[in-house]
Write a protein that binds this ligand. Structure first.
Ligand SMILES: NC(=O)c1ccc[n+]([C@@H]2O[C@H](COP(=O)([O-])OP(=O)(O)OC[C@H]3O[C@@H](n4cnc5c(N)ncnc54)[C@H](OP(=O)(O)O)[C@@H]3O)[C@@H](O)[C@H]2O)c1
Length: 334
């Protein structure tokens, strides 16, 4: 079975996906009898189109200089070309825009209107316009999956399929690696927030402008996606009560430690409410994870807590989640 793929956004995640598809081509063919043929790769300033299949090795060999390829078409836009491509799956990996979810939102809408299935790593559209996107996918009989948007490769959304006979009642999670790194370092080293943040920036764990992470907006977006998907809610980021971690100091952390407690930046969905804020938890709580890890604790009605822990970021981590989604969509079509 052949599946034609269109990739929008050839950055860290997009390029990692191309590498995965190239490396795993034979394995995917053997295991799933699917040939994923990438027919278009779009960037903000142009694209590569080859309807018989792009040579991925050639693109990867070029690295950042892929625009030097003879068939690079400057100026073409994914939004204009999507309808002419006859693609089966559109992969959306452009940067997240927390204000209006663009350009990803328009890409997703255009793909669905052209009856193209969608896999996205960009969370903006889902925490701002979840209902609209789901409805459009349904109307066009398309699949839309976005596992990479929450905790990257951790199967935070597809766990729902494994718990189909159970009922998830609440979520307690740590969904932002940057804030968890900062709080972990403040706890283990007794250092102040500003020093831990600088360290995180030097190690590449925090952006030059870390506001979205440290003020809780990134975690809040992921929490909305989790709650909508796993609890069946229908919320947007405006429904989340959000408090960041920049006001926490070394003294507060030390005081908590005297009582065998630690401060963690928790994302909580329970009793109809969504909250992201620093909370005191027991030192031996399963939520007390260190470094840049993510953790998701699901309370279930018939089996108590279920806990997922793993790396919440990274190009290949996200790409592997995208490939999961692609395979899931394809298998269900068969
Ligand atoms: N990196 C991770 O660990 C991770 C994990 C999970 C989810 N995500 C999400 O996945 C998405 C991609 O992340 P990333 O780390 O790969 O970001 P990135 O490295 O910045 O890649 C995004 C790419 O999209 C391109 N782009 C921008 N506007 C575009 C447009 N209108 N049309 C086509 N391409 C466009 C960018 O080009 P220019 O740079 O030239 O503008 C860039 O090459 C983000 O939404 C992110 O939040 C990332």
């Amino acid at each position: 079975m052949e599946q034609k793929i269109c990739l929008i956004g050839k950055g860290n995640v997009g390029t990692s996906l191309l590498q995965l598809l190239n490396e795993k081509k034979e394995e995917i063919m053997q295991k799933f009898h699917v040939d994923y043929k990438v027919i278009a790769i779009f960037e903000h300033d142009g694209g590569l189109i080859n309807k018989t299949g792009i040579n991925l090795q050639e693109v990867l060999n070029k690295g950042k200089d892929f625009r030097e390829l003879s068939y690079w078409n400057p100026g073409i836009k994914a939004l204009k070309e999507l309808g002419n491509l006859d693609a089966n799956i559109c992969i959306e990996t452009t940067p997240t825009n927390p204000d209006n979810a663009e350009p990803a939102l328009s890409h997703i809408i255009e793909a669905l209107n052209n009856k193209i299935n969608v896999v996205a790593s960009n969370k903006g559209p889902f925490y701002l316009h979840y209902e609209k996107i789901k409805k459009l996918a349904q109307e066009n009989k398309c699949s839309i999956r976005y596992e990479a948007t929450v905790a990257s490769c951790v199967p935070a959304l597809s766990v729902k399929e494994g718990l189909i006979g159970n009922t998830i009642t609440s979520i307690n999670a740590i969904l932002n690696g940057t804030t968890n790194y900062i709080l972990s370092r403040m706890t283990s080293e007794g250092i102040e927030f500003s020093i831990a943040l600088k360290e995180a920036q030097e190690l590449g764990y925090a952006e030059a402008d870390p506001t979205l992470d440290i003020e809780g907006y990134d975690a809040a977006g992921k929490l909305v996606i989790l709650a909508n998907e796993l609890l069946g809610w229908s919320r947007t980021i405006k429904d989340v009560k959000i408090k960041g971690i920049s006001h926490i100091n070394a003294q507060t952390i030390e005081l908590a430690s005297v009582d065998e407690l630690v401060i963690k930046h928790l994302a909580i969905a329970e009793n109809g409410k969504l909250v992201v804020e620093p909370r005191l938890i027991e030192k031996d709580s399963p939520l007390n994870i260190s470094g840049t890890l993510n953790v998701i604790e699901l309370q279930t009605k018939y089996a108590g807590p279920i806990i997922l822990i793993g790396r919440g970021a990274g190009g290949f981590e996200a790409a592997s989640a995208i490939l999961n989604d692609m395979i899931n969509i394809t298998i269900k079509q068969k």
